[in-house]
Design a protein around this ligand. Structure first.
Ligand SMILES: NC(=O)c1ccc[n+]([C@@H]2O[C@H](COP(=O)([O-])OP(=O)(O)OC[C@H]3O[C@@H](n4cnc5c(N)ncnc54)[C@H](OP(=O)(O)O)[C@@H]3O)[C@@H](O)[C@H]2O)c1
Length: 345
């Protein structure tokens, strides 16, 4: 399905509640965190909440900071993101702040798939989802979320009549295939956890780490600067390497794999991230990096840039694919690789 990038955002108590069971709105955050949320909102094209959140909390869903509003307008955007809600019952008060606050577009949908497809058609590239439980559960169990910002407030609610962050369901992230933790940050007395949920975001994260690693390469006028990171199925980095790390000829993938026992069982489910396509011709070594990856039994390779034909005509991607390896190319990160290899590409 063609859909926007989906960022889920929630604040919960230590015991996982989004609210208490009273009619009063429970404050789970602090001023600095609200300011962070305001910045995240300002970077999105639309904000979605479920109809029950509108009925219970009456949120305004607008950008508070005048500076951020002005920045959006200067960039040719509306001052506020589009407001979006989902309802089957249609039971929404036209006087709710959702409808009455702000001049921006307000959209009401009766179906999630229809909402996502229509938002994509309208050019919404980034959608922020701010709850409540039912809506978060639906996005997560249907694997429709790319990133999660989860804030934990330092107290308990302890009342199972209150809504939890999510309801029961089958979630794609399990102990065997966990989400990728990208960031943890204390904001005053609350803690922000940023999780990457979709394969695309996880790939971007590790490939960016590989590109960053390539900045450590000793300079060379005759070889590329490349970084490689190998991550197992549980999202743990099992080895890393970069060009010329251990001798002046060693390649990034070679340096990384040399640090592992070839019989390491984690290799069988690992993904190798390399800033550049693995080499397929090698004068100085008996085995190419493509061959080393095949010999290690790594089933998936992600790289940013095809090997530029500066030195040799690379066919690593084709050879790996022919051998049954899943190869993903991320040209969206190519500029960063070109920048590191400025003199050579
Ligand atoms: N702490 C936080 O970060 C945070 C953020 C937001 C909300 N909350 C809390 O979360 C609670 C609300 O959560 P909730 O689970 O009760 O409600 P919710 O997720 O806000 O809304 C659920 C409602 O959305 C509509 N809906 C959901 N999925 C739909 C779909 N696929 N198609 C059409 N309509 C759909 C339905 O509306 P109809 O019933 O109208 O059909 C459903 O009853 C409140 O207590 C609020 O304070 C906390």
């Amino acid at each position: 399905m063609n859909r926007p990038f989906v960022l889920l955002s929630a604040a919960m108590s230590i015991d996982g509640y989004l609210d208490d069971a009273t009619d009063e709105r429970l404050v789970l955050s602090n001023a600095d965190d609200w300011d962070r949320v305001d910045e995240v909102r300002a970077g999105c094209d639309a904000i979605l909440v479920g109809a029950n959140t509108i009925r219970r909390d009456n949120p305004r869903l607008v950008i508070r900071s005048q500076r951020r509003r002005a920045r959006r307008v200067a960039a040719g955007l509306p001052a506020d993101p589009i407001k979006v809600t989902l309802t089957r019952s249609g039971d929404l008060d036209p006087e709710a702040a959702f409808f009455t606050v702000g001049d921006g577009l307000k959209l009401v949908y009766g179906d999630l798939d229809e909402a996502l497809a229509d938002l994509a058609r309208r050019g919404v590239a980034r959608l922020m989802v701010e709850g409540g439980s039912t809506v978060h559960t639906e996005f997560l169990t249907r694997d429709l979320a790319d990133e999660l910002h989860l804030v934990v407030a330092p107290f308990f609610v302890g009342d199972s009549d209150a809504p939890r962050f999510v309801r029961d369901g089958r979630f794609p992230w399990t102990p065997a295939r966990p989400a990728t933790l990208a960031q943890v940050r204390a904001i005053g007395n609350v803690v922000l956890h940023r999780y990457l949920l979709s394969q695309s975001e996880v790939d971007r994260h590790w490939l960016t780490a590989a590109v960053e690693l390539s900045r450590n390469c000793p300079p060379s006028s005759t070889a590329f600067a490349v970084g490689a990171v190998v991550v197992d199925a549980r999202g743990e980095v099992i080895t890393t390497g970069y060009s010329r790390e251990t001798d002046d000829r060693v390649h990034a993938e070679e340096a990384a794999l040399a640090k592992l026992d070839p019989a390491d069982p984690r290799l069988a489910t690992a993904t190798l991230y390399s800033s550049l396509e693995p080499c397929s011709r090698r004068a100085s070594r008996p085995r190419t990096c493509t061959q080393l990856i095949l010999d290690a039994g790594i089933p998936r390779v992600v790289f940013a840039l095809r090997e530029p034909p500066t030195f040799v005509d690379g066919q690593g991607a084709e050879l790996l694919t022919e051998a049954g390896v899943t190869v993903t190319e991320r040209p969206d990160l190519g500029d960063a690789v070109r920048q590191v290899n400025d003199a050579l590409t």
